[in-house]
Design a protein around this ligand. Structure first.
Ligand code: GTP
Length: 359
């Protein structure tokens, strides 16, 4: 295969993450904690394990947060560079915008919000062995209707890029990871918004370039919506999705060593508990992501929910399938169900009322 040191990684992290609001009001989506590490750190660890060391991040929304956390990447054994878009350029524009930082002929591009367990070297092998101009990672899913689907011919060449449809002709979808020959990136128009999915890929096919599909059935999840985010994090904690950061530490729950857990607390289903949290006696937390500095009072029950930094949940409250924003406070005995999103700092008093987004 292409020597991984001769491969550059590009990660697109400039989106606003609107579907995850209010979690993304202050924090860009790739920096949200999953299994007690910023989501992006798991991806960087996979890139490093594949032997790739030069990483360029295309940033825009909350650009400064990435460099503040990862710096030059040397703590992870990487060399990370950042390219900021003053105005977001879209996925294709972002790839073109990092062109001057590229050194290698082979460029592996990642959406910064996809959780996948695919062997990256296998994708690079497909690119090398087929001599393609562009290789796309395609994943087979049970219900492809929600995604753009990508048929391939008997030789594994991509034949079309299709928008979402109720009647998809294949179960192969675009997994958000691409290998480009560097020259192809130079051909993307510079300095304007370009969608790689809607503009670049159809154009490349129209020009008759060789586009290979690397098809597999490995773990894959787009972390863009709250239910995917919460289940993806739980899958990392339980080892269903692979991260080199969690090698030997997977299980029912992951708890930061600075968190205080009282007696009789049940932490299940891939729950993660961040730094400095306090969990009161008898609380039960199932399949949930608890960011740093949260307080969960005794007897509270939380299921399939995301509790953002500094939020507090009152005694015997019940929260299911909800997003609780930073520093929000949910009163004792309240019940929040069915996709409620509580904005940062909102305080719900100890009323014991039941709220449901489904109602
Ligand atoms: P939503 O607003 O919830 O759709 O999320 P998003 O803005 O992150 O968009 P989407 O999930 O489609 O983006 C896929 C990946 O591309 C994410 O990792 C984004 O950070 C990234 N991305 C999307 N648009 C841009 C852009 O204009 N510039 C850069 N640099 N990255 C982008």
């Amino acid at each position: 295969m292409a020597h991984p040191e001769a491969v550059d990684a590009v990660i697109l992290v400039g989106g606003r993450g609107t579907r995850l609001r209010p979690l993304t009001v202050n924090t860009p989506k790739p920096m949200l904690p999953t299994a007690n590490a910023p989501f992006l750190k798991h991806l960087l660890a996979r890139i490093k394990s594949a032997g790739i060391t030069h990483v360029v991040m295309g940033t825009s929304y909350r650009a400064e947060v990435f460099e503040e956390y990862f710096g030059d990447g040397s703590d992870m054994g990487l060399e990370i560079e950042y390219v900021v878009e003053e105005e977001a350029l879209g996925t294709g524009g972002a790839i073109r915008n990092v062109y001057d930082k590229l050194r290698a002929d082979t460029v592996m591009v990642f959406n910064g919000d996809v959780l996948a367990s695919t062997d990256l070297t296998a994708v690079l092998d497909t690119h090398e062995n087929t001599g393609a101009d562009l290789t796309m990672h395609l994943v087979r899913v049970s219900d492809p209707r929600a995604y753009g689907c990508v048929p391939t011919d008997a030789n594994g060449n991509v034949t079309e890029f299709l928008e979402k449809t109720e009647d998809p002709p294949t179960d192969q979808i675009n997994a958000g990871c691409y290998v480009f020959r560097r020259e192809l990136i130079e051909e993307i128009p510079a300095g304007r918004v370009v969608s790689v999915e809607r503009e670049t890929f159809p154009q490349v096919l129209k020009e008759g370039r060789k586009v290979a599909g690397h098809v597999d059935t490995a773990y894959w999840r787009d972390m863009g919506r709250p239910d995917d985010f919460v289940h993806g994090s739980a899958d990392l904690v339980r080892g269903v999705a692979y991260s080199p950061l969690l090698e030997g530490r997977t299980g029912e729950a992951i708890v930061d060593e600075s968190a205080g857990i009282a007696g009789g607390v049940l932490l299940l289903g891939g729950t993660s508990v961040g730094r400095g949290c306090e969990i009161g006696a008898g609380a039960r937390i199932d399949g949930s992501v608890i960011f740093d500095g949260c307080t969960i009072e005794p007897g509270a029950q939380i299921r399939d929910s995301i509790i953002a930094a500094g939020a507090s949940i009152g005694a015997n409250a019940r929260i299911a399938d909800c997003v609780i924003g930073e520093g929000a406070s949910i009163g004792a005995r309240c019940e929040l169900m069915g996709g409620m999103r509580i904005w940062p700092g909102v305080q719900i008093p100890d009323t014991g009322v039941r709220f449901s987004a489904d109602a």
